[in-house]
Design a binder for this molecule. Structure first.
Ligand code: BDP
Length: 718
């Protein structure tokens, strides 16, 4: 009896604290691939269907799929499945590509799968009940295996499966803003994973885990280095290091891309110019690209940030972005490479509203880019703010492949310590109707519809990954990496479904519901305590850590927060209607009508498009000033509510991760209060109105907040 009780205690300790093969407390390293033991009831329904893994070896991606399945089942079911290459037994999982003899006699919808899709189907082969995981390529099989694992991780029945799925976008890519020094621009999770000094000889096992995590969510590409690029990455010394990473990633279906500095022909090529129309420059790039493919045969291509924030580009030679992009695209085309050209441009001496500049420059170039160019457009026209309307270029360049760029790392949403699930923000952007050419053409549809038969499609996410144990700097920031992969696979996906899957896999199905509730409300909380009612870009200078709405002395007007909020004695907000900058005119007429009218513009975009009197009556019945203060307090209150929800999970999730989240929420609460107090103090100094009843005055005067400096905030540009 005593012995049974001891055994039971040991068993329940394992159930609470992770898989039995883990001799350490969970710390987040395993991400959503924890493969924790299943409860016995559900396990009994799974075990008969995963008795054996049958995979014809030889295809590295099918082998990777088989290994991952074995790893996952061992953790979850508690024993390693038998492995075989032929002749499935009852209850086998069959991993096979189209044409495999293993699938002889079974009709599967391969024509619907494309290159990377998969089918997961329960079937009977030679009298044996099996589960087929099949695709046209090993990569499809790999994604199918992860799907089967996810079904089990989220406790779905697996006895009668018939799932067909394929990605809607071709290039699903992480952009690492990693410098060769290993610092990460806007990185809040430690140093770069890429240990250039030890590469190519030492391949840290972590590279494989990184690739597994990406493959599990369908990410098939990675840009290793910063968009503010260093040309050295294109030298042979570095290319061999890059090749070593590409080799690790290959079985997981991930191609390597690099950012290319436009002036590289001068810096490492010894040329006098980087003019894209100079034949010597084009020849240099062609030779460089041929050299790269000689070293990395499946190299993906380039990303270029040109003529933006001091980076060199074709404008330096009076050439257009299309002329620059096409020259490099032509060098990549014979190898099947892709040229991702960023539309994040705003010029040094340009008085035009920054919101308008990318559209002004790129729209006339519609139809002028090669098919293997993807113009990479940030979700909003300014810069990854907590809330922006969708970028007006979406829908406005119907003959140009446009890819979405989201920022996974939370440069403007509180770094790693603020809990902000970005899935809701991305869904809001993707589901926004461009009304171009007509109602119903959402941003998601724009990016997933190829502009012609051969044209590329894609989505990029600025990575939040570093060498912290938990990869993303916080437990909850893993959810943003996860959600990015899911949206890149299917831009029509829903943030809540994604949150549910992530929470169940990462924290256990029992804890998922309250965690999903926290996640779903979290981004709006940040909007409220940082930039409510359509305000934006009010962060402190340089590092963007904390509030700085008063900043007005920086060299360029659009670097100053006062440029964005335009608060004065009369009111607050940026008039972007026809009476102001008319950035609104870059959107379809339906949106001009809706957003241009104070009666129909949603509160969430009010101050983005209008300069509004402080006493303006809001839908709530409050004056604008009272509403602004109320929103700031709502934001702080939402963080208090999350703290309460998390408290309720004590003992229901593993203790180390639980305590970390509790402490981070407390940091978030303090900083939300800081944002609120500093912003209210500043705006009150301009609005000169009393605080509405029941709202506490900031504990310090404005100068106190202005004096706060954080010279060591992480993630600053080199
Ligand atoms: C801004 C970042 C800056 C990046 C830039 C970009 O502050 O570090 O270099 O975006 O996207 O938001 O190029």
């Amino acid at each position: 009896m005593q012995m049974w009780r001891t055994l039971l205690a040991i068993l329940s300790a394992f159930l609470c604290f992770g898989a039995p093969n883990q001799a350490y407390a969970e710390d987040g390293y395993d991400l959503w691939l924890r493969y924790a033991p299943l409860d016995s009831g559900y396990r009994a329904t799974v075990a008969p269907h995963v008795a054996q893994i049958v995979a014809a070896t030889g295809n590295p991606q099918v082998d990777a799929a088989a290994d991952e399945l074995a790893r996952g089942l061992t953790g979850m079911v508690g024993r390693a499945p038998a492995r075989a290459t032929t002749a499935p037994v009852e209850g086998a999982v069959l991993l096979a590509t189209a044409g495999s003899p293993l699938l002889a006699g079974v009709a599967l919808p391969f024509e619907r799968l494309g290159k990377e899709g998969y089918v997961v189907r329960s079937a009977t082969i030679a009298g044996k009940r099996v589960t087929i995981v099949a695709g046209n390529s090993g990569q499809g099989v790999l994604y199918g295996a992860f799907r089967l694992l996810k079904l089990i991780q989220t406790r779905q029945p697996i006895a009668a499966l018939d799932i067909v799925d394929a990605p809607k976008l071709q290039v699903r890519v992480l952009n690492h803003w990693d410098n060769l020094s290993r610092s990460i621009e806007r990185g809040y999770a430690g140093l770069s994973l890429w240990d250039w000094q030890k590469l190519p000889h030492y391949k840290d096992p972590r590279y494989t885990d990184y690739a597994r995590a990406n493959a599990s969510i369908g990410i098939n590409a990675t840009v290793l280095n910063n968009v503010n690029a260093n040309a050295d990455i294109l030298t042979p010394e570095y290319l061999h290091k890059v090749a070593a990473l590409a080799e690790v990633f290959r079985p997981w279906g991930i191609r390597v891309y690099l950012t290319a500095r436009f002036s590289a022909p001068i810096e490492i090529g010894g040329l006098k110019t980087a003019d894209p129309l100079d034949p010597a420059v084009a020849a240099w790039w062609k030779a460089k690209v041929d050299e790269i493919y000689g070293i990395i045969p499946d190299f993906g291509g380039f990303v270029v940030k040109a003529n933006s924030e001091g980076q060199p580009g074709p404008n330096d030679y009076n050439r257009s972005h299309a002329e620059g992009a096409n020259m490099m695209a032509d060098a990549l085309a014979p190898h099947g490479g892709v040229m991702m050209w960023r539309a994040f441009v705003y010029a040094a001496e340009n008085a035009e509203d920054r919101h308008k500049q990318a559209y002004t420059e790129f729209k006339p170039l519609d139809g002028k880019f090669r098919d293997n160019v993807l113009v990479q457009v940030k979700n909003g026209a300014i810069d990854f703010q907590p809330r922006e309307p969708f970028h007006p270029l979406f829908g406005a360049m119907p003959r140009t492949p446009l890819m979405m760029e989201f920022q996974i790392t939370k440069e403007y949403l509180g770094f790693a310590t603020h809990l902000a699930y970005l899935g809701t923000m991305w869904e809001e952007v993707l589901q926004a109707d461009t009304f171009r050419p007509a109602r119903g053409n959402t941003v998601a549809k724009v990016i997933e519809t190829p502009v012609d038969a051969g044209a590329a499609t894609g989505m990029a996410g600025v990575a939040n990954i570093g060498n912290d144990r938990n990869w993303s700097g916080s437990q909850f920031d893993q959810a943003n990496w996860y959600a990015f992969g899911r949206f890149a696979w299917d831009p029509q996906a829903r943030a809540k479904d994604i949150a549910q899957d992530w929470a169940a896999m990462t924290w256990g199905p029992g804890a998922a519901a309250p965690i999903v509730d926290m996640m779903m409300a979290s981004r709006e909380a940040v909007v409220d305590y940082m930039t409510p009612l359509g305000l934006g870009h009010l962060m402190a200078t340089g590092h963007h850590y904390g509030p700085g709405p008063w900043v007005s002395d920086l060299a360029r007007p659009e670097w100053n927060p006062v440029y964005y909020h335009k608060a004065d004695a009369a009111g607050i907000g940026f008039d972007r209607t026809r009476t102001g900058s008319d950035a609104l005119g870059q959107y379809a007429p339906q949106l001009v009508a809706r957003w241009g009218n104070l009666k129909t513009v949603p509160d969430s975009l009010l101050l983005w498009f209008h300069h509004v009197p402080w006493d303006h009556r809001m839908a709530s019945g409050r004056s604008l000033w009272d509403e602004l203060v109320t929103r700031y307090d709502t934001g702080v209150g939402a963080v208090t509510a999350m703290q309460g929800q998390w408290q309720g999970l004590q003992g229901k999730v593993d203790p180390v991760r639980w305590a970390e989240v509790r402490d981070f929420l407390s940091i978030q609460h303090d900083e939300a209060q800081w944002w609120r107090d500093a912003s209210v103090a500043y705006f009150q100094s301009i609005a000169k109105r009393p605080l509405p009843a029941g709202h506490a005055p900031p504990p310090h005067d404005l100068d106190w907040y202005k004096a706060i400096k954080n010279p060591h905030a992480p993630g600053q540009a080199e």
